[in-house]
Write a protein that binds this ligand. Structure first.
Ligand code: NAG
Ligand code: NAG
Length: 482
């Protein structure tokens, strides 16, 4: 399960021989957006205003078949471990603020690996992988510097989750930012890290934005542009998306100002699809379903890369990639090689940088057999099997800002079911093939059974609200209770 760092020595030896200097290894800026829907980016929806992101995507590579998990914690666990959720223990639960565990310490995670390869490692924003003891926190797991919050969500201005503060620099709570909107706060903190970074060292910056997760909050100045949208929740969501675009603009500007940008690899990715329910108002049109579902709308995510080191740019890449693939890919970019044969992630660097065919031909959306019916789906080649349940809502929800698209088409399914789709021919999951293609169905069911055998056990741990309470820690969510 653990990767070793033999490759690091190989890198040093090779570099010693050919006199390559460490500066040639790119800086890595990994931006994870929170709950950004498929249709919540300018290049997929002309009503969304994200000029910075659109320009970067246009000059880089847009990945149009990039997948993540349907919810925040599982996607982060996949990114950090390189293992599918059903192999890292997060196939069932999203971390709760009282959950006394975290991403298993059996995993050597991405920042640890990059740090061992000589990178300076920075994280700004949302963690969501456990904090009940120091070892689970970003500082305990390979980040040299951390500014952000531990839990899944909070107020954008007070930085409180419920009654208590969740904001800190390394281990020190920061009580002084009341009223500062997080999209601006995180931009400033990330820019400061860039300004103070030793330019001789390669940098890994994980910018894990709060934007555009609920609650719907945004400075007024972002709303005017969207006055034509009568749905107020959706207007707020569009404003938040533009605020996020400004965050990225500020951070990119800092990379430029400090001479890092021309050797920086940027990856922009959403952690899951948009939540389409009222009060959240994300949008995944024309894809089916929402965050927290195994439909494409929950799992097929906005993703592009940018960087001068990319050999082929300015096009849309249809190769299949999954969030677990970034681990071995970035370790490779950093000059190492993961020699973990069990890891689910695949090195997709030749696909990313040159447009070669993706080595990925299948993936697991999820396998969770603790749920009844099981919450499970897989993709093999062009086909997707859902066997059990996919979660609701399962509707096709057009964006409220575009009157021409009509109303919601209801697709709710509450009972256990089996569905087979050809995702290439039918990306919006309208045409069930399970009866028309019995042989393909049997083949997919057999593959699901095979994959299931390696499930990593889910650890159900009781809540320990009393011990965990921030009251015991000066009013801020803090480690020290497990
Ligand atoms: C991305 O894929 C979707 C679904 O298959 C397709 O409708 C869309 O045209 C593709 N986008 C681009 C830019 O190729
Ligand atoms: C990147 O920018 C720096 C500072 O402006 C410059 O010294 C360096 O030569 C540039 N590198 C490349 C690969 O263009």
């Amino acid at each position: 399960m653990k990767t070793t760092l033999a490759a690091c020595f190989i890198f040093l030896v090779v570099c010693g021989l050919v006199d390559c200097n460490t500066n040639e290894r790119p800086h890595i800026l990994f931006i994870l957006a929170d709950d950004l829907g498929w249709n919540d980016i300018g290049y997929n929806n002309p009503y969304v205003f994200t000029p910075t992101l659109d320009a970067l995507a246009r000059d880089g590579v847009i990945f149009n078949q990039s997948y993540a998990q349907p919810a925040c914690t599982p996607s982060r666990a996949c990114l950090m471990s390189g293992y599918f959720a059903y192999h890292n223990g997060f196939q069932t639960e999203v971390m709760n603020k009282w959950t006394p565990n975290g991403l298993s310490l059996d995993f050597t995670i991405l920042p640890q690996e990059l740090k061992d390869l000589g990178y300076s490692t920075y994280m700004v924003g949302k963690w969501d992988l456990g904090y009940c003891k120091n070892e689970y926190t970003p500082n305990g797991r390979g980040f040299d510097h951390f500014y952000g919050f531990y839990t899944a969500g909070e107020d954008y201005y007070s930085h409180k989750n419920g009654k208590f503060l969740d904001l800190r620099e390394d281990f020190t709570p920061d009580f002084d930012q009341d009223g500062v909107y997080s999209a601006e706060l995180f931009a400033e903190k990330a820019a400061n890290y860039v300004a103070n970074h030793d330019k001789n060292e390669p940098m890994f910056m994980y910018l894990s934005l709060q934007s555009v997760h609920g609650p719907l909050q945004v400075p007024d100045k972002y709303l005017d542009r969207f006055n034509f949208v009568s749905n107020i929740g959706r207007r707020m969501k569009l404003g938040m998306t533009t605020a996020m675009d400004d965050t990225v603009a500020v951070v990119v500007e800092a990379f430029k100002e400090h001479g890092l940008w021309n050797n920086t690899l940027l990856i922009f990715l959403s952690d899951n699809g948009g939540p389409t329910n009222e009060g959240k108002d994300g949008n995944n049109w024309p894809l089916r379903g929402s965050k927290k579902t195994l439909w494409e709308g929950g799992t097929r995510v906005v993703n592009f890369v940018y960087g001068t080191m990319l050999e082929k740019t300015g096009y849309v890449n249809d190769g299949m990639i999954h969030i677990v693939d970034w681990f071995p890919t970035l370790v490779h970019v950093a000059g190492g090689e993961s020699d973990d044969q069990d890891m689910d992630g695949l090195n997709v660097w030749d696909t990313v940088s040159k447009g070669d065919p993706s080595p990925r031909t299948e993936f697991v959306y999820n396998i969770d057999v603790e749920e009844d019916p099981p919450y499970q789906a897989i993709r093999v080649g062009d086909y997707k099997l859902i066997h059990g349940k996919a979660g609701n809502p399962s509707d096709w929800v057009p964006p409220p800002e575009d009157d021409s698209l009509g109303g919601i088409e209801n697709g709710r399914i509450y009972k256990a079911f089996t569905r087979l789709f050809n995702i290439i021919d039918d990306p919006t999951e309208r045409n069930d093939l399970s009866e028309a293609m019995p042989d393909k169905l049997a083949e997919m069911l057999a593959r699901l059974e095979e994959l299931k055998e390696t499930t990593y056990p889910v650890e159900f741990v009781p809540r320990t609200k009393e011990e965990a309470s921030p009251k015991n820690f000066g009013g801020a969510y803090s480690p020290g209770w497990c």
